[in-house]
Ligand binder design. Structure first.
Ligand code: ATP
Ligand code: MG
Length: 461
């Protein structure tokens, strides 16, 4: 039987390699061309070239990106999709953020929202890699689909263009695929089902080692007939997930130069929270390089979160005063309580609804449950601790993923590590800590006021 007559989106029967429907004869046959699975284990570039219907491996070809002329990206979102009447708010925020991240990328992008779908359409030329990288930093995106946009030049031309596309993207052949054609323009002369069958058949004929799999295709080939053009796409690149920046209120991140707090900021920002940050530095005990490290970390988080206003507060005099007056084993807890108080004042002044820290239960003495109770007691705003139950390695894994790790491990001192006791309390009692703080009464309010006056605001983007 000629392969040209065999495309049918038919169920596979158990145990069969691939079943081809022979419509005329009304019988099924095994596909003699079906490839062995081992043929399909080529590794792809991380984060790229994902194809519908396949979690791992795949006949990915770099040609897909290098040779094809993509003119647009179809942006697929996940969680926004389940929103109700206020969905447009999230969509609009996503459109805005996509516009922001694509602005510095080569190409004149227009970001549009059409019938519940978001497109980023490039002008004549675009830097594909840069555009994908920028889009992969946008919260709210589940998948990024590079799209070839075609003019309607008749069905035969469309069929040929899909074949050319498949040959060009997957030159090694040996893939399983499924056609998914749809008509938003209902007066298009070929119905979706027929398009599936006829284009699929043309692909089978042009790529004899390919076969159809309607349940778990390695490639889902999407053809969408729209009012003014036709979308053709078959690959999807994972997005950052989460909710669009700016849809979740504002939070104040206590950002040290360590590994945990940038991860904490990233995680909360992923839920749509706009970040403001505060860093307590203690010159001359902490250097300008330590401060620059925090600025760099804020900028790295801002790549995802959007611009972050970083407040740098001079904490030296408060630290020295605590050191002078209070038991040394309580230093870190008392210091942390003053950091929280100052951060909360800044948060309220800047419209933040909560504080965010990188604390994790049991990581160090100041983060036992008892210590956290003492730290928390000075706050009236909620304190969000997204890595509270993460192991260090789990936090490190996220920091590696988001690109903050290398900066975080640079060996510059933090104020907490300089004024640290040899044997800090691990089970502080709140009333004991409060009693110790009474020793600060004479000067502490004034010192806090002075510290707040040192507020240096740095825009990190
Ligand atoms: P990180 O937690 O960022 O990796 P770290 O583990 O050295 O740094 P900890 O001593 O564990 O910091 O502090 C716990 C949390 O307190 C930090 O995650 C951060 O939110 C906050 N914090 C500590 N030091 C500072 C600082 N100098 N400026 C702002 N926030 C700080
Ligand atoms: Mg920590």
């Amino acid at each position: 039987m000629p392969r040209s007559a065999v495309y049918c989106q038919q169920k596979r029967s158990r145990g069969a390699d691939t079943i081809m429907a022979a419509p005329k004869a009304g019988r099924f046959q095994r596909n003699p061309h079906a490839p062995q699975r081992s043929v399909l284990t080529a590794k792809r570039k991380p984060g790229r070239g994902y194809h519908y219907g396949r979690a791992e491996g795949g006949p990915f070809s770099e040609l897909l990106e290098k040779k094809m002329k993509y003119q647009a990206f179809l942006i697929k979102y996940a969680e926004i999709g389940v929103k109700g009447k206020n969905r447009y708010i999230f969509e609009d925020a996503l459109v805005k953020r996509i516009g922001q991240v694509l602005a510095p990328v080569e190409g004149d992008f227009i970001v549009t929202k059409e019938n519940g779908r978001i497109y980023a359409i490039a002008g004549e030329e675009m830097d594909f890699d840069e555009a994908v990288d920028a889009l992969q930093h946008v919260f709210g995106i589940a998948w990024i689909c590079p799209v070839v946009q075609l003019q309607d030049e008749g069905f035969d031309v469309l069929k040929q263009k899909v074949v050319d596309y498949m040959r060009s993207c997957y030159p090694d052949g040996g893939f399983s695929f499924k056609m998914q054609c749809s008509r938003a323009r209902k007066n298009y002369p070929v119905c979706s089902q027929d398009m599936n069958a006829l284009i699929g058949e043309a692909v089978l004929e042009a790529v004899p080692t390919s076969h159809v799999d309607v349940h778990k295709p390695e490639i889902l080939v999407c053809v969408e007939i729209r009012d003014h053009n036709i979308n053709l796409y078959s690959s999807r690149i994972p997005g950052a997930g989460g909710m669009p920046a700016g849809t979740g209120g504002r939070g104040m991140l206590l950002l040290s130069g360590g590994i945990d707090s940038p991860v904490a900021g990233y995680m909360v920002a992923k839920r749509g929270v706009t970040l403001e940050a505060v860093y307590f530095h203690a010159p001359p005990y902490t250097s300008d390089r330590a401060k620059q490290k925090v600025v760099d970390l804020a900028s790295q988080v801002a790549k995802y979160a959007g611009p972050i206003r970083l407040h740098v507060i001079n904490f030296t005099d408060i630290q020295l005063y605590i050191y002078e007056k209070c038991p040394h084993e309580e230093l870190t807890i008392i210091m942390r309580r003053y950091m929280m108080r100052i951060a909360e004042t800044l948060a309220k002044e800047n419209g933040c609804l909560g504080l965010i820290t990188g604390e994790s239960i049991g990581q160090v003495a100041s983060q036992t449950m008892q210590s956290l109770v003492c730290t928390n007691a000075v706050c009236t705003l909620p304190v969000f601790r997204p890595v509270i139950a993460f192991d260090k390695q789990e936090i490190v894994d996220v920091s590696l993923k988001i690109g903050t790790y290398e900066t975080s491990i640079l060996p510059f001192e933090d104020c907490c590590t300089i004024f640290v006791a040899k044997h800090p309390v691990t089970r502080p009692l709140l009333h004991v800590i409060e009693r110790s703080e009474k020793k600060l009464e004479e000067k502490i309010d004034e010192l806090v006021k002075i510290a707040l006056d040192t507020d240096e605001v740095i825009e990190c983007r």
